[in-house]
Design a protein around this ligand. Structure first.
Ligand SMILES: C[S@@+](CC[C@H](N)C(=O)[O-])C[C@H]1O[C@@H](n2cnc3c(N)ncnc32)[C@H](O)[C@@H]1O
Ligand code: SF4
Length: 207
């Protein structure tokens, strides 16, 4: 196994996997036998590697077609970007190392449906026999895309409506709610018509 000098800044690229029982500095975690020693500018972070996860979140992009006043992205300094397909393919392989995994949620910060390969990504995970969920601002739910999601089928969708009424939504989301509402209606109608197995269509109201 690779030996690491934890005082050295030479290791400040990438992370290293270490065995839990070979390093007394590691936090006690019965379900993890390995940890990731992740170098940061401030020092090292020790992250127990748990392989018994049931659900993981994949953030395929931090970019978005909306500019909500409340969005956490407004306070970010980090460069925004789209996940490369090669990175996604690596993730697909890593999913296979999680024997208890049941569900992959496509979300985080950014608009997942703005990724040019979102449908390929959803299908690739679905093809691994996993449940797939997605959170969206609803703006890309046109008839063609709804059809594709039902066909997959997507198992759960969360549509964010950030505001208690139209006026506040428009103010917070800096856009008009009408096209989003116009998208949601046919989504639910098609789901019923096809008896699609999508378990949840949750409208997230925040704040
Ligand atoms: C960041 S968005 C990403 C997905 C998609 N763009 C959307 O709006 O649903 C995910 C969820 O986080 C919420 N959110 C955004 N900024 C937030 C903040 N500062 N605090 C709490 N929730 C926030 C949004 O309302 C949305 O429901
Ligand atoms: S739609 Fe979602 S990601 Fe985009 S700005 Fe609004 S909260 Fe942020």
């Amino acid at each position: 196994m690779k030996k690491i000098n934890i005082q050295s800044k030479e290791n400040l690229t990438g992370g290293s996997i270490i065995k839990m029982n070979e390093n007394l500095l590691l936090p006690a975690d019965q379900s993890a036998t390995e940890a990731l020693l992740l170098p940061t500018e401030e020092g090292y972070k020790i992250i127990p590697l748990r392989r018994d996860l049931k659900k993981i979140y994949i953030e395929v992009t931090t970019l978005c077609n909306f500019s909500c006043t409340t969005c956490i992205r407004n306070s970010w300094q980090d460069e925004m970007g789209m996940m490369e397909w090669a990175t996604f393919e690596k993730l697909l392989q890593q999913l296979k190392e999680l024997p208890n995994l049941e569900c992959v949620h496509f979300g985080g910060f950014g608009e997942p449906m703005s990724h040019p390969r979102i449908f390929d990504m959803l299908k690739a995970v679905k093809d691994q026999g996993l449940r797939i969920e997605m959170i969206t601002n609803g703006s890309f739910l046109n008839a063609e895309n709804i059809e594709k999601l039902v066909k997959l089928p997507l198992d759960g969708i969360f549509i964010s409506l950030d505001g208690p009424d139209e006026e506040e939504y428009n103010e917070i989301r800096q856009t008009d709610i009408s096209p989003v509402v116009a998208n949601i209606r046919p989504s639910t109608a098609l789901k019923k018509q096809r008896k699609a197995s999508c378990r949840s269509l949750v409208l997230s109201l925040w704040p």
